[in-house]
Design a protein around this ligand. Structure first.
Ligand code: ZN
Length: 181
């Protein structure tokens, strides 16, 4: 009974830590649409090609990020992690094991929501607040430079795996399954 559960736990750990690591390293880059050795290594592992200098210049002009790896790189890395997790999960389809079934469902739910949720969290973190948005008035006087834009307060990350969460009320991390607080 334990072996399947162990393999599911292992997969869940790999998935959660991979998402957490990607989120942490992508957002740790201070240069808008920039890169770092750690981020480049994550992209290489995920089989994601790095943006060209031209791409980066266009992203800076268009999306005006305040920091972080390009959104499209982040998105592609998460998509690769999700794809691999789905494949592994399909191979761990289970027969008559309630504990493993429950775990399998939990992982599948986390995987299903991962791309949407992490991308929204990442956008909140690296893109400037739009003019006319909720904080437009409060920040209008300081938002003259991209570097002065305050980081969004919306990125709550799990202490165990580092995956981002959008709902502040969660007690258990849906990625790694550990306690959030
Ligand atoms: Zn977690």
């Amino acid at each position: 009974m334990g072996q399947l559960t162990d393999r599911l736990q292992q997969l869940r750990g790999w998935f959660a830590l991979s998402v957490g690591e990607a989120f942490r390293e992508a957002s740790a880059i201070a240069e808008p649409a920039g890169t770092s050795p750690a981020w480049a290594a994550i992209c290489a592992r995920a089989g994601v090609p790095l943006c060209s200098d031209d791409d980066r210049a266009q992203i800076r002009a268009g999306q005006r990020p305040t920091r972080g790896a390009p959104l499209m790189e982040f998105q592609a890395v998460i998509a690769a992690i999700v794809r691999r997790t789905r494949q592994e999960l399909a191979g761990l389809r289970n027969v008559m094991n309630d504990e493993a079934d429950k775990l399998h469902d939990q992982i599948r739910r986390a995987v299903d929501g991962a791309e949407d949720e992490t991308l929204r969290a990442y956008r909140n973190l690296v893109l400037p607040k739009r003019a006319g948005g909720m904080f437009a008035n409060a920040t209008a006087h300081v938002a003259t430079s991209a570097f002065q834009t305050a980081p969004a307060a919306t990125s709550l990350t799990c202490k165990s795996c580092g995956a981002p969460h959008l709902e502040a009320g969660a007690f258990d991390c849906k990625y790694c399954g550990n306690r959030m607080v």
